[in-house]
Design a protein around this ligand. Structure first.
Ligand code: SF4
Ligand code: SF4
Length: 374
């Protein structure tokens, strides 16, 4: 890994869930509270701040200018922001994200610029709008220091993207101990692919949207027995801190206590002992045992589906709800991950079931998903 990446502190500040003065208004960021969070993070040795054009409907970037950029020297921090091109109506709008982000942030350049949420059908929009070349040209013009992309897709898709775009400086991936061997997310294989391409990884979702902090009791008990004083969050972060080829690990922090706790856990970080690793393996096994749809994401079922139902994604979300015991969480993910082919589009033709080597009752499972998530 390049020295400039290797020296980045492994705890990064995700600015997508900042404290609000009005819980119903995503733009009402509590700036004074956020300033104290920024101060505690920097005092604790942090430097990497991650935002995006769309976080808090644009207010995250502006808040970062007020809490960080206007209060600290430029060499005290790095800023990453992102362009959600696939949600833009045309190329011109997508490309206008960068100057708008720079203006909101009050910066002449961003350290890291990401094409936001590449993967699946969204990739075509980045291609169509010429966003890859646009970002590289902006880098040449000095507006961006490092170009990368965030991705929600499997390892083969990542391999193809990195082969097609070898100029990428880094990539941002969903990695955590629950998704490590998950057949849909394929976090382990994705990390191997990134390493193969010699591209460092910014880890997102290290605690799976907070689900690995609020673990079901039977999994939390396993971890508590191995290390009574360690928080459940610390297990999730340590898992990621100690992986190879990691640029930083993002934590979406919402209050000062979380910043202090994360900084303390980060400073106390050490690799798992063999006993701790065994306990974590057991906790993961316990969680996986709570999932009951044995889909391996072989994808044989999707080829002949006349309705384009995203079957393995939907089955994965059914399992996620069971493992996390949290329907709202899975439903929130379903709202965008299943959008290209939701369960309710199924016409029960049966083509998928005849292809499934696991013998899964797909039609029934889709009925369950439609009832729970739509
Ligand atoms: S049964 Fe439903 S999901 Fe399966 S192939 Fe037919 S339409 Fe697609
Ligand atoms: S064929 Fe069966 S196991 Fe394979 S992805 Fe589809 S549902 Fe999952």
């Amino acid at each position: 890994m390049k020295p400039e990446f290797a020296s980045t502190p492994k705890l990064g500040f995700g600015c997508m869930r900042l404290p609000l003065t009005d819980p119903d208004d995503q733009k009402s960021i509590d700036i004074e509270h956020f300033k104290r969070m920024v101060d505690a993070f920097i005092e604790g040795g942090g430097t990497y701040f991650d935002t995006a054009f769309v976080y808090h409907e644009g207010a995250s970037e502006t808040a970062l200018r007020r809490a960080l950029v206007e209060r600290y020297p430029r060499d005290a921090y790095t800023v990453a922001t992102k362009c959600l091109a696939w949600a833009a109506p045309d190329a011109q709008t997508a490309k206008s994200n960068l100057p708008t982000s720079l203006e909101r942030l009050g910066l002449d350049y961003v350290d890291f610029y990401l094409l936001h949420n590449v993967g699946g059908e969204r990739t075509a929009k980045f291609d169509e709008y010429g966003m890859w070349d646009f970002a590289l040209e902006a880098k040449e013009r000095g507006l961006i220091r490092h170009v990368g992309f965030s991705m929600h897709d499997g390892a083969d898709a990542l391999d193809a993207l990195l082969a097609a775009h070898p100029q990428m400086d880094f990539v941002q991936l969903q990695v955590n101990y629950l998704d490590w061997d998950d057949p849909v997310v394929e976090a382990r294989r994705c990390m191997e692919v990134a390493q193969k391409h010699d591209v460092p990884v910014v880890i997102m979702e290290p605690a799976r949207g907070g689900r690995l902090v609020e673990l079901p009791e039977r999994a939390a008990d396993v971890l508590r027995a191995a290390s009574p004083d360690a928080s459940t969050a610390s297990w999730a972060y340590r898992f990621c801190y100690n992986l190879p080829n990691v640029l930083t690990v993002l934590s979406g922090m919402s209050n000062l206590d979380q910043v202090r706790q994360n900084v303390a856990d980060y400073q106390a970080n050490r690799p798992f002992s063999p006993e701790e690793q065994r306990a974590l393996d057991e906790a993961v096994e316990t969680l996986r045992g709570m999932a009951n749809v044995p889909c391996t994401n072989c994808r044989y079922c999707v080829k002949d589906c006349p309705q384009g139902v995203v079957i393995p994604t939907i089955l994965g979300l059914i399992n996620l709800e069971l493992m996390t015991e949290n329907r709202d969480f899975a439903k929130g993910l379903y709202s965008w991950q299943a959008a290209p082919g939701p369960a309710s589009k199924c016409i029960a033709c049966g083509a998928c079931e005849s292809m499934c080597p696991q013998g899964i009752d797909i039609i029934h499972q889709l009925e369950v998903a439609a009832e729970r998530f739509e």
